[in-house]
Write a protein that binds this ligand. Structure first.
Ligand code: PLP
Length: 539
């Protein structure tokens, strides 16, 4: 246990090294400016026939034509929408309506919906949903991948004669593995398949050449927020002649293909991103990104000599590293990396909350320990040398902290964590209420329950002190890792009031529940944890 006085604390400064670009990215300054213009000067409704509307319409079509050029869609169409999940829905609905129609007309049509086993969850979920809603009773089949994450083309060839729709992503969000779309296309051609083909292009946009008119891809969804445009804007490519059924109908926008007044700030921002891509002067080149990734790879290898990389680096995006370190769970590593300011992920952002082993790595046949220890580090095309240098230094610091924490007494598993009780709202203190609470409870004991290495990397007490500028000067903080609470039972039981704190509020809630079960009634925890202490007010 460590005990600190507020007076001893240094001013807090935490780096924010964002290495989770496959989850989302910040918005490019030029894209922000374009969105701002679309909200202030060019704010018209593109369907209005007055001048303000005509300006908005011109902007909309200018962005579309930039995107059409960049993606080389030829006679195909690009429909603006809210993002890739919507694009996937629309493509699947379109394909399944066509299957139904063909079936009703007595035409031969496959009975299977085939998707790559490592697809983003939006794909199989959407296939299952529309298959049920439309009452088609088609069979969903996950196309196996090999240990490198590449589709099994022999199985594909076997399944194709009975396949109505094939879904394969261009690049995987968790591993960065780049699918061999040319080889898949060859299998489709050589088997003379009539299957429709959906390619999720989200992670490939801006990182891989996509010349859509030269492929037989029928549908390709894209998402703005993975490439420095805001969330809530995306595009769906539809090959000329591919069946189409709108998902959203109403006012007839987008030529009736996607109704609803267009998200013009988002579309304008996307336009600025396509302009930057076309000029080639804003984003790092693939060679530079490759160099950055090698630097990160080397720093991981020297920090953790037994690190293993979960995807072959020579056939994955130059922006993604997925790795595991023996004896560290994803959560343990991510906690300490986050304490060092490194924002990384255990897999896809969508599944981050569930803490289950990665289904993507499971599909690649990796052993359980690797699927349960995986950490994804992904850089965006705006990364620069300074970010990479700081990230490498932070990785080295994390390894040192983990080593020195391991040298200390082996932690006991928290006795009560396994049977966590439901959230007790009355235990939760909000940041805004903390100073007043501590004024009223000057005897309160504040306990940071993060693990030793996290505490070594980032002493969060100054954060709290900073937030509590008028807190009682004699206030003391204690650091007792959640895994060692049992050993310090009497200290916490004897304190008249206890407030547990951690990074996200999860472990502090567990600690509060544990102490409550020990019979202490004046127990609280800081809702949202330190994570909410930084940055601007939420509203
Ligand atoms: N497909 C892939 C490969 C993704 O990475 C994501 C986002 O995580 C999606 C689809 C969903 O995209 P959106 O957030 O635009 O709905």
């Amino acid at each position: 246990m460590v005990c600190f006085s507020v007076r001893d604390m240094l001013h807090f400064s935490s780096p924010n090294l964002y290495l989770d670009a496959n989850a989302t990215t910040a918005v490019l300054p030029a894209a922000q400016a374009a969105a701002q213009r679309a909200m202030q000067q060019q704010f018209g409704n593109p369907s209005s026939s007055h001048t303000q509307g005509l300006v908005a319409k011109a902007l909309l079509e200018q962005v579309r034509s930039l995107a059409m050029d960049y993606l080389d869609v030829g006679p195909g169409r690009l429909v603006f929408n809210s993002g890739a999940t919507e694009g996937i829905q629309t493509a699947v609905l379109s394909a399944l309506c066509a299957v139904r129609e063909r079936r009703n007309n007595g035409q031969a049509v496959g009975r299977c919906l085939v998707y790559g086993a490592t697809e983003h969850k939006a794909v199989p979920q959407c296939l299952a949903h529309w298959n049920t809603v439309l009452g088609l009773d088609l069979e969903l089949r996950a196309l196996p991948v090999d240990s490198q994450g590449l589709h099994d083309l022999a199985v594909l060839a076997e399944w194709l004669p009975d396949t109505a729709l094939l879904c394969t992503m261009a690049a995987n969000n968790e591993t960065g593995v780049v699918s061999d779309l040319a080889a898949i296309e060859q299998v489709l051609e050589s088997s003379q398949s009539t299957a429709l083909w959906l390619v999720d292009g989200v992670q490939a946009l801006g990182k891989l050449p996509l010349r859509l008119q030269h492929s037989r891809i029928d549908y390709a969804p894209f998402s703005g927020h993975k490439l420095y445009a805001p969330k809530g804007v995306g595009l769906l490519y539809v090959r000329a002649g591919a069946p189409y059924t709108p998902l959203v109908v109403g006012g007839g926008q987008e030529g009736g293909w996607r109704s609803g007044t267009e998200n013009m700030p988002g579309i304008a921002a996307l336009g600025a991103v396509f302009q930057a891509l076309q000029r080639g002067d804003t984003f790092a080149s693939l060679d530079t990104l490759q160099r950055y990734r090698s630097a990160l790879e080397n720093s991981l290898r020297s920090a953790f000599p037994d690190v293993v990389f979960n995807a072959p680096l020579d056939c994955s995006l130059p922006t993604t590293l997925n790795f595991s370190v023996p004896s560290f769970s994803s959560k343990a590593l991510m906690d300490v990396l986050d304490a060092a300011g490194l924002r990384v992920s255990a897999g896809s952002a969508c599944s981050a909350a569930s803490a289950t082993p990665s289904y993507v790595l499971q599909a690649m046949g990796l052993p359980l320990w690797r699927t349960a220890s995986a950490v994804r580090l992904s850089i965006g095309a705006l990364a620069d040398q300074a970010l990479i240098d700081q990230a490498c230094a932070a990785i080295a610091r994390c390894a040192q902290a983990l080593q020195s924490a391991a040298a200390q007494a082996a932690p006991q598993p928290p006795a009560t964590a396994a049977h966590a009780q439901p959230h007790k709202a009355e235990w939760s203190l909000q940041w805004a209420d903390l100073p007043a609470f501590l004024d009223a409870h000057s005897e309160a004991l504040l306990v940071d329950v993060r693990e030793e290495a996290e505490h070594q990397i980032c002493n969060v007490f100054p954060v709290v002190a900073h937030a509590l500028s008028h807190a009682p000067a004699r206030l003391e903080f204690h650091h007792i890792p959640l895994s060692q609470l049992e050993q310090h039972r009497s200290l916490t039981l004897q304190a008249p009031t206890v407030v547990f704190v951690c990074r996200s509020g999860k472990r502090s809630l567990q600690a509060a529940q544990w102490l409550h079960r020990q019979g202490h009634t004046a127990v609280h925890h800081l809702h949202g944890g330190f994570a909410l202490s930084e940055g601007a007010p939420l509203l």
